[in-house]
Design a protein around this ligand. Structure first.
Ligand code: MSP
Length: 548
């Protein structure tokens, strides 16, 4: 919860477009759970936004101009383009495996990006926001990044990431006049509580801003014979635009076309805490210099760690694409998506990817939760009502159950899910769906429809009450599936098909969920019981599964 007045996130009533982005990932690494997580959060946000009736644009992609790319291409005897095509393909495959619905997989080697990024830098040069100066700094070759003197000293002049020595370098460089935007940035952040989320991160950025901003280098001189892979400095082909500066431009270059310009400013840039500074300070200052609007929210989540330990190359413990594939193979993409969303590091604390926790969540909330509830209700409707939705019952049929005011309970859950989506609490929004399932379970425990069914022969008059109870269960579960669809589109789609309640296109979540509205289950319509949605998992089973 955010707990401050004002807007609490990127979504607000009255908005019509929703542009959501992930970082564009370095192509050199194989896709892993970290990349998939941010993209999963973006996917769930995009699916919610579409359900809200917003014109949604979801961008993810790859950052293909890092120096390491050149080295890797040489090592693999490929051209840079061949190398990045191959690597980007891995990300596309990983994202397809998890059913992500990006509208564009954007790559910085795209000519549109390169041309527009150059145009932006040229504008900055022309207006004096980018200038040629001398740069002396500590360069981390492994990260393709300069460290400030303070930071370099703090890390004893070795890379904080790889531990390799930093190099002191003096270069003629182009600089971006970041210092000029210090006050404007501080004012923007202070005036927009939803600009940097979570709030603790916003306070960190504000704290760092108080130390003052220095101009940042935006180019690097090319050595003789060096590959010109990347974006060259406009008017000075002896310099290459520093990859970070160029990469940040992607969010704008992707939509700076006649048909898409109206999508800017973005609703939300998503990322982890590692690259918040670039997104919350450098990019917004560049946007100010370019005369462009600011993204509504920059949201930085925390990290996934694995079984309590940081994931790193040296430990070789990444939940990488192969592990992801094992989970998808054994439990389905939706189960992994659900785990990522509800147990992931949204907010400021890191989250542990633990197999035990995965199984626990899967069994409790999916197999024994939504899976079991829908199967019980579907089976009873099949058995006692011939697979037809029963009547919801006239006055008095549900006497004694007034505390379960389903129209109110479902409407409250939907409102609350929308509010949580609005502040990018996608775990919270998804949990509203699961909480509704739990209420249905409680209702079944309170009403005991199985027992009523047993008495039917002796007391046929009870059939109306049984039907009404099952109608309420089924309708509440239908609303729950709507709230769970962004996280689990495949399984919820499967259930909606067997229950004959596939949401109509172009209708918003609130309309679809309206208990008394035209999308509610209709008595008499077919409702088949369908296949088991989530098979219970054996917590004692060997993992990873043994091949063959
Ligand atoms: N190319 C830059 C981003 C440029 S955006 C204009 C980059 N790429 S990256 O491949 O290193 O991706 C970093 C991002 O990957 C993080 O911000 C986060 O979105 C995701 N994650 C990488 N490791 C992660 C975890 N262990 N946990 C959660 N997310 C992580 O930086």
């Amino acid at each position: 919860m955010i707990g401050v007045p004002g807007e609490r996130g990127p979504y607000h009533a009255g908005m019509s477009t929703f542009y959501v982005t992930t970082p564009i990932y370095y192509v050199n690494d194989r896709p892993h759970i970290g990349h998939c997580y941010t993209t999963c959060v973006a996917d769930v946000a995009a699916r919610f936004a579409r359900l809200m009736g917003l014109e949604t644009y979801f961008l993810t992609g790859t950052d293909e101009h890092a120096d390491k790319v050149i080295a890797k291409a040489v090592e693999n005897r490929l051209t840079e383009q061949q190398w990045v095509d191959q690597c980007a393909g891995e990300f596309v495959r990983a994202f397809a495996l998890l059913g992500f619905s990006q509208d564009v997989f954007y790559r910085t080697s795209d000519p549109q990006h390169k041309a527009l990024a150059q145009r932006y830098i040229k504008k900055l040069l022309d207006q004096g926001d980018v200038y040629l100066g001398d740069y002396v700094g500590w360069y981390d070759p492994s990260q393709d990044e300069y460290l400030t003197e303070t930071l370099a000293k703090e890390h004893h002049y070795v890379s904080p990431v790889t531990g390799k020595s930093l190099e002191k370098r003096t270069e003629k460089n182009y600089f971006f006049r970041l210092s000029k935007y210090q006050d404007a940035l501080a004012a923007h952040i202070a005036g927009h509580e939803e600009f940097i989320l979570p709030l603790a991160r916003r306070n960190e950025v504000l704290g760092r801003l108080k130390d003052g901003l220095q101009d940042v280098p935006v180019s690097r001189a090319l050595k003789a014979g060096e590959s010109t892979w990347g974006v060259l400095m406009p008017g000075d082909p002896s310099h290459r635009v520093y990859v970070w500066i160029e990469a940040l431009c992607n969010y704008l270059t992707a939509v700076d076309t006649a048909g898409k310009r109206h999508l800017w400013p973005a609703a939300v840039h998503l990322m982890a805490k590692d690259i918040l500074w670039f997104h919350a300070v450098i990019w917004p200052a560049m946007l100010m210099a370019l005369g462009q609007g600011q993204p509504k929210t920059v949201y930085a989540h925390a990290y996934w760690v694995r079984e309590g330990r940081k994931m790193s190359k040296s430990l070789g413990n990444f939940v990488d694409i192969d592990v992801i594939q094992q989970y998808v193979g054994a439990f389905g993409a939706d189960a992994l998506r659900y785990y990522l969303i509800t147990q992931g590091p949204q907010g400021v604390s890191d989250a542990d990817f633990s197999h035990g926790r995965f199984i626990e969540t899967y069994n409790a909330e999916l197999a024994n939760g939504i899976g079991n509830a829908t199967s019980r209700v579907g089976n009873m409707i099949d058995k006692y009502f011939g697979g037809r939705v029963p009547e919801h019952g006239g006055v008095g049929v549900l006497a004694g159950l007034e505390q379960f005011d389903w129209p109110v309970l479902t409407a409250t859950a939907v409102r609350s899910a929308i509010a949580k989506f609005g502040e990018m609490d996608l775990a919270g929004a998804t949990n509203e769906g699961i909480a509704l399932v739990r209420k249905v379970d409680a209702y079944i425990n309170a009403t005991e429809p199985f027992k009523i069914a047993k008495k039917l022969e002796a007391e046929p008059g009870l059939k109306d009450r049984l039907g009404a109870i099952l109608y309420h269960c089924a309708e509440a579960l239908r609303v729950a599936t709507l709230l769970l669809t962004p996280a689990m589109p495949v399984k919820m789609g499967q259930l909606q098909r067997t229950w004959n309640c596939v949401p109509a296109g172009g209708v918003t979540l609130s309309q679809l969920a309206d208990w008394h509205g035209p999308h509610a289950l209709v008595p008499g319509q077919g409702l088949t019981k369908g296949e088991v949605l989530f098979m219970r998992a054996d917590p004692g089973a060997a993992w990873p599964p043994v091949a063959g």
